[in-house]
Write a protein that binds this ligand. Structure first.
Ligand code: NAI
Length: 313
């Protein structure tokens, strides 16, 4: 009898990459579009393992139910695990994840957003499609010679730092556990905030990093600072960011993640009235770019995610 896996939050590209994985036929996988949450956990009855992504909600209640159903394995097909109560899971259910599938995908997306923002490509693209070839208000700035502050110098942060160096930028870094062999110049978080023209976040979401960008920390940053968040939404207090943009303290924001993203990201709301005023206002700003947690989405990353997840299972 083959091992039964229930797969939540399945998108077309997930299904395709898992079906292409070598080990796919060794398992009996059932794909569900819905997310795992206390409301949907009953679907897990009769399975051996559960496969989830970034916005599934695995809290105490869900873990208790999974245990009741005799499920021993929770396989995250992502790197971050802030959506799982891992402390509670200990001794109850085994949790595995994909710690590295393509750090290049995320670091390159961060740079893509930065370039789009500072060279106004998002605006130019829309103009030229309408045969508007005016250059007014499209003035950008050189990245060369600017200071990039990298918060979190693990796999992704270090690649982003290398990319910035390739552009001739000065890179300074902050990490709770500095990696002295990285050759990076480490400074305190306060110094990084005060000196950086561009700040990119590559640390996990923890109690310490929750809202590390807030009203007070924004005050300490350079005027015109560009903030890039490809880490997790709650690192940034969205209201404070909005205020920083309105007062022109923050020059631009590139957000691949958002505080309340699970209510919106990965779904089509183009025919709806979006109920989150902060998100709507941020998106309305000419200097804010939002992508919907897309930084991981490359062919290479999807292939690594499916291969590693099936190996983990
Ligand atoms: P990693 O584990 O290799 O590196 C994280 C680094 O953050 C480590 O060096 C760690 O010491 C540091 N760190 C931990 N606590 C910190 C703190 N309080 N202050 C500063 N630094 C701290 O992780 P990796 O692979 O580089 O990923 C980073 C984050 O990127 C993940 O935690 C995840 O949230 C996010 N991510 C986002 C994706 C997307 O599609 N947008 C895809 C993959 C990851």
């Amino acid at each position: 009898m083959s091992y039964k896996v229930i797969f939540f939050d399945a998108k077309e590209y997930d299904i395709e990459s898992f079906k292409n994985a070598e080990a796919f036929n060794e398992f009996d996988i059932k794909f569900f579009e819905t997310r795992l949450s206390p409301d949907t956990v009953d679907l897990c009855s009769g399975y051996d393992a559960v496969c989830v992504f970034v916005n599934d909600e695995i809290n105490k209640e869900v873990i208790d139910k999974l245990q009741d159903f005799g499920i021993k394995l929770l396989a995250l097909r992502c790197a971050g695990y802030n959506n799982v109560d891992v402390k509670y899971a200990e001794g109850r259910i085994c949790v595995v994840r994909v710690p590295a599938y393509s750090p290049y995908a995320v670091a390159e997306h961060a740079m893509a957003m930065l370039l789009t923002s500072v060279r106004r490509i998002h605006k130019a693209y829309i103009r030229t499609r309408d045969f508007n070839f005016s250059l007014n208000n499209l003035t950008g700035f050189d990245l060369h010679g600017k200071t990039a502050g990298v918060v979190g110098t693990g796999k992704i942060g270090r690649i982003f730092a290398d990319i910035c160096k390739g552009f001739g930028m000065k890179v300074i870094a902050y990490d709770k556990l500095p990696n002295e062999s990285s050759g990076l110049e480490y400074v305190s978080l306060e110094e990084l905030f005060a000196k950086s023209d561009i700040i990119s976040f590559h640390c996990p979401l923890t109690d310490e990093t929750f809202r590390m960008v807030n009203e007070k920390s924004i005050e300490t940053m350079k005027k015109g600072v560009v903030l890039i968040n490809t880490s997790r939404g709650p690192l940034i207090d969205s209201e404070a960011l909005l205020e920083g943009i309105k007062t022109r303290k923050v020059g631009a924001a590139c957000l691949d993640v958002y505080d309340e993203e699970s209510d919106f990201f990965y779904h089509d709301f183009s025919n709806h009235i979006v109920s989150d005023d902060t998100l709507a206002r941020l998106i309305s700003m000419p200097n804010v770019i939002v992508t919907s947690h897309q930084a991981f989405l490359t062919k290479e990353a999807l292939a690594n995610i499916s291969e590693t997840t099936l190996k983990n299972i």
